[in-house]
Design a protein around this ligand. Sequence first.
Ligand code: SAH
Length: 192
Amino acid sequence: MDIPRIFNITESAHRIHNPITPAKLATLGAALRLETGTRVLDLGSGSGEMLCTWARAHGVIGIGIDMSQLFTEQAQRRAEELGVADQVKFIHGDAAGYVSDEKVGVAACVGATWIAGGVVGTIELLARSLRPGGIILVGEPYWRQLPLTEDVAKGCLAGSISDFVLLPELLASFGHLGYDVVEMVLAGVCSR
Ligand code: SAH
């Protein structure tokens, strides 16, 4: 089981597989007010940068699941490099349907919500691992302006216009699911 080989090749040198910077990842960790010992679950954990740096900075413990064997191995190596291998564990596998044995304080999926069929399905999946009062963390693209045509959407590397919504709609969708948005950190602009 693995992701398409092209991603393992093109992103083999990436520590972060989405357009967020290390500084913003640190800002996000601080914004969540992570406490020592907080359990974090990360679905689609990539090369583990978020979990490893948060383990080092805040003393969190956690599990990351990723379908790329290469990224999972890199995550494990990164944990050793940062001295947090006893705090975080990376599992190579399909995160679809993954529910942690122990409830977590933060349940995350950053840039991989297709794992459970989109934002709504991913939130429902993450909620099954969440302890009462915990935080769900979702990293999701949104349109800064709606593309006028499907061709424009494809030119933005989206499958279609309907793949994403505008930010106000995205924020409102969390409310419709019964969640309060407590913090938001914007990643960079994805362009090529
Ligand atoms: N959250 C990470 C990775 C985002 S890229 C980061 O921000 O760096 C999307 C990740 O999802 C990739 O690492 C890819 O290998 C992983 N992935 C794709 N499908 C998956 C699945 N079904 N289960 C688990 N991981 C998956």
